[in-house]
Ligand binder design. Structure first.
Ligand code: FES
Ligand SMILES: [Fe+2]
Length: 447
């Protein structure tokens, strides 16, 4: 008998497993949407902008969240602040582009102007304000904004706990990845015809991977993954990388992806024919040897050097990372409709210090590609599209995510059927269950 408990039973100290069966209402009802907005979105810390987007005086980014639009700015002293993006004259949305740099913000309606500190600095026809222009009292209302893990996070609740308290279990597991030092290489948003939680659920379980993403068996070992649940609804999963799925027979030769990984670290794929199960250890050794020129490899455990780790920060941030990369996938609800949502995918790369390593990893090309782009300092342009564009092959977010997107709209249609009332979760979906338990706790507590 195997004395080791099944992997999906490990590392789940905060997991109760109580919520396995819950009503579809939370995906489709307007009432649940309103309760969820009050209890969760209006009170949670939300990762809004990578630090690299707000470095120079005058930099700004607009971050839309449900019915709200938030303006993050960098003032003349380099301080980053967040404000409601709404003109205080008659309520017009002040800034309607995605990001940029400006001396001040001019409302397109009657030309009121605000500084990067959110102060009202000018309004035309001042003589018409019989009690004087209330410059001292009028300013853009502030939103809480704090920095951690390479991002500025916002919170609509002025009384929210500090971000570092909220992230207390998350900081020690991710800080050493130094996400703030990574470079944004792609910035995408897709609108999807489903509730935001259907997407989050999808990215919180590996139950579907063998069936919907058969290609994964050739580059990670989902069968040996380890799921973990943290207080506050956060979760993490470790997926062994630089290997193939242990449920299937080991290939004789390195797969395409393993070949690329070997070559990126100066190893000869031909040496691993018939020895594919030795690749993971070899890549770990190669990364350790690189510590002299790429010292960040010294930050990581052996497992972290090769595993693909995904950490979900409640409620909506999905961080997938290895030492060389990060994806922030982030769900945002539609302004009014529970049947619609947005998925942002921000892709980051770590460019090695040494040119030789950049060449081996192929990231020298990426850097060039990025500097050709039109945006600030070569920042990639924001790409925004609909999930139907992905299905039609006009846009892609990687083969795997495209496969997920092709299914998610169908999931929402099914939710509306009289023939479907509630979800039934498997133990493999423990991270889905853990998230929904915290969601329900917060929504119920706020009623
Ligand atoms: S609404 Fe902005 S200046 Fe009038
Ligand atoms: Fe998937």
């Amino acid at each position: 008998m195997n004395a080791t408990p099944p992997l999906n039973q490990q590392g789940r100290e905060a997991y109760s497993g109580q919520i396995k069966n819950f009503s579809k209402e939370r995906y489709i009802s307007a009432d649940w949407y309103a309760r969820e907005w009050r209890a969760v979105w209006a009170k949670s810390w939300i990762a809004a902008v990578h630090v690299s987007d707000l470095t120079d005086p005058g930099d700004y980014v607009v971050f839309d969240l449900g019915p709200e639009s938030i303006l993050l700015t960098c003032n003349s002293a380099g301080t980053v602040q967040a404000f409601y993006n709404v003109c205080q004259h008659r309520g017009v949305r002040l800034v309607d582009d995605h990001a940029g740099n400006t001396e001040n913000f001019r409302c397109p309606y009657h030309s009121w102007r605000y500084s990067t500190d959110g102060d009202l600095i000018y309004a035309p026809h001042q003589e018409g304000f019989q009690e004087g222009l209330p410059q001292q009292t009028i300013c853009l209302p502030k939103v809480r904004c704090e920095e951690a893990l390479g991002f500025y996070w916002i919170n609509l609740d002025t009384h929210a706990e500090p971000l570092t308290v909220f992230l207390k279990d998350m900081l020690p597991i991710m800080e050493h990845y130094e996400f703030g030092n990574l470079t944004l290489v792609q910035d995408q948003t897709v609108s999807i015809n489903c509730n935001w939680k259907a997407v989050l659920d999808n990215f919180s379980e590996l139950y579907h991977v063998h069936y919907l993403h058969p290609q994964h068996r050739r580059f990670v070992d989902c069968t040996e993954s380890l799921s973990e649940c943290y207080e506050g609804g956060h979760t993490r999963v470790w997926v062994p990388g630089a290997t193939t799925d242990s449920l299937f027979s080991t290939p004789d030769k390195p797969t395409d992806l393993l070949t690329m990984q070997l070559e990126a670290f100066g190893l000869d794929p031909a040496q691993y024919e018939g020895k594919v199960d030795e690749i993971q250890a070899a890549i770990r050794v190669a990364k350790r040897e690189l510590e002299k020129t790429e010292p960040y490899y010294g930050n990581f455990t052996d497992e972290e050097l090769t595993d693909v780790i995904q950490t979900n920060v409640f409620p909506n941030a999905i961080l997938t990372y290895q030492p060389e990369m990060l994806w922030l996938m982030r769900l945002r609800p539609h302004a009014t409709d529970p049947n619609l949502c947005y998925l942002d995918k921000l892709s980051f790369e770590r460019f090695p210090y040494s040119e030789e390593q950049r060449f081996l990893e192929g990231t020298d090309n990426l850097k060039e590609k990025r500097s050709e782009s039109a945006g600030k300092n070569g920042r990639p342009d924001w790409e925004s599209f609909d999930y139907s564009d992905v299905i039609a092959g006009k846009a892609t977010m990687t083969d795997t995510i495209d496969q997920d997107l092709s299914l998610l709209a169908h999931a929402q249609q099914g939710m509306h059927s009289k023939g479907f009332q509630s979800c039934w979760l498997n133990e493999i979906e423990c991270r889905v269950s853990h998230f929904h338990e915290e969601l329900e706790r917060q929504v119920t507590a706020a009623d």
